[in-house]
Design a protein around this ligand. Structure first.
Ligand code: PRP
Length: 181
């Protein structure tokens, strides 16, 4: 494990096994349908790239980037679209893919926004769910792992942009984000 980590929460093998399970479940639920998978930049791309390779129904994928609301406006849940989809989602079976659902503010905004565009269906898949931090209720259709309220990095999750490329997920040591490093 990287020295900035306190402990490994999920090994690469555990993640790959769970992602394969999610892919099988999604493939079965969308049998005879075509999927539009929407990844939310940047955290979700590692998960998305493994997940789509475990899905056997025909699919397209596209990406959105949204601004995080920032600590001062966190409770308002104001989210800004930095990069929108390249295509219409009208009459498409849409699956939003996230790396983590924390307060739920980002996902809540995205679901409402995408719903208004007239998809045939809209579901949510997240690798990690941290329900202890929730501020607004969100419906998650596919969840990889429920996690405790700890600072997690790796497999797409970052601290100041770092650690996203790790194949495992680790708990970041307090000394890294509480200064000292
Ligand atoms: C993370 C994550 C979700 C969001 C979840 O993104 O990818 O989009 O935060 O938090 P919430 O449930 O409290 O809204 P972040 O803003 O860190 O951007 P990134 O994916 O580019 O790292």
């Amino acid at each position: 494990m990287h020295p900035d980590g306190e402990r490994i929460l999920f090994t690469g093998e555990q993640i790959q096994a769970r992602v394969a399970g999610l892919g099988a479940e999604i493939s079965s639920d969308y049998k005879d349908k075509e999927l539009l998978v929407i990844g939310i930049l940047k955290g979700a791309i590692i998960f998305l790239s493994d997940l789509v390779r475990s899905i056997t129904v025909p699919l397209y994928y596209d990406f959105m980037a949204v601004s995080s609301y920032g600590s001062s406006t966190e409770s308002s849940g104001v989210v800004r679209i930095l990069k929108d989809l390249n295509q219409s989602i009208e009459n498409c079976h849409v699956l939003i893919v996230e790396d983590i659902v924390d307060t739920g503010l980002t996902l809540n905004y995205l679901v409402e926004n995408l719903k208004s565009r007239g998809p045939a269906s809209l579901k949510v898949c997240t690798l990690l769910d941290k329900p202890s931090r929730r501020k607004v209720p969100v419906k998650i259709d596919y969840n990889g792992f429920t996690v405790p309220d700890e600072f997690l990095v790796g497999y797409g999750l970052d601290y100041n942009g770092r650690y996203r490329n790790f194949p495992y997920i680790m708990v970041l040591s307090r000394r890294v984000y509480e200064g000292g490093n």
